[in-house]
Design a protein around this ligand. Sequence first.
Ligand code: PMP
Length: 401
Amino acid sequence: MAQPAVRKRDPRSFLGEEYDRLVAQNLDWRIRVLASSSGPWTTVSGKNVLMLCSNNYLNLTNHPKVKKAAVEAIEKFGAGSGSVRPIAGTLQAHIDLERTLAKYKRTEASLAYSTGFAVNAGLIPQLAGEGALIISDELNHGSIIDGVRLSRAEKAVYKHCDTEDLGRVLNEAEKKNYAHILIVTDGVFSMDGDIAPADKIVELAEGHGAMTYIDDAHGDGVLGEAGRGITSHFHVEGRVDVEMGTFSKAFGVVGGYIAGSRDLVNFALNKSRTWLLSGSHPASVVASCKASIEVVQEEPEHLQRLWDNTQYFKEGLRKLGFDTGRSETPITPVIVGESSTARKMSEMLFDENIFALPIVFPMVARDKARIRTIMNAGHSKVDLDIALVAFEKIGRALGVL
Ligand code: PMP
């Protein structure tokens, strides 16, 4: 019998085709390479530029104590950890970090992961499986979206920061007999710099017996007393079940974490595959993270300067007539409308030695393309004036002002 003709499948052509499509639509990432550390000024493409797009809020990446901790830890523990955490990759340095973090966060316990992304992707699906419901803010970060997608739970989305809508979803949920309900939100939203109403969310959750999970990636080291984050900002310490965060932003290093009850940590370390099956951080990383937490508490001037700069720059932009949206934090978008305008503005800023990137559709709505600026404690007022002069000149040239 004649065999049916087998279509010759090209296993690789989609790679180039997809890339070409992205390039044609101007949606591809063109990677900029830094030839120096991520500071208030840095070297990009051979130029010294004012950095307005780094998450190194407190400039701790360059703090002598944070750098020294890494060097000393390498000398003592070597370059790598040699294993995953549960087997032979838990060094004393990991435990020291987790103790320091729990004390700082005023929680019973904490657990360090390789990244914040690994926390969201590895823990959310475990906290809400079959028979549970996850309720998520519509603008949550991609790592939360992936964590939610990996869960077998039912899923619901509420309108951005809208606690009335969250209440509606919770009331609907009461009609079904879910074993668990998990409410997940970013603390600070990275595209707009607005803050989730954590106090009201916690209240609603408590009323409905739901668990709360707040991703404080952009609130860590930035919000609240001594940068303790969103729970401190809203005075709801001890009432958020899972405080999730990252060391890759204000703490200036890399790594994810959770802080909460001992039960939470025991559960997470036995259930998250991203923790169980992934090599642990070298001691240099965790020792630097610990040093950063200490610096934030011992040297409040960094946090003060971050907020002084934020206020100065935000006010400057608003006075010029720019639309900075609903930002309440050091993340200040300059909303210009069309994607092409945002891209052009970023290029023109770079010509003026300002490094700030455009955020365009699909990351934000089509008519809300923007330049996202992020303040740094290391910027001087002179730096910020340089940026404001450039924004004004370019804003006028592009007809944004
Ligand atoms: N959550 C939010 C809100 C973030 O902005 C980020 C970083 N872009 C992450 C999680 C992931 O954190 P990490 O860089 O530690 O993987």
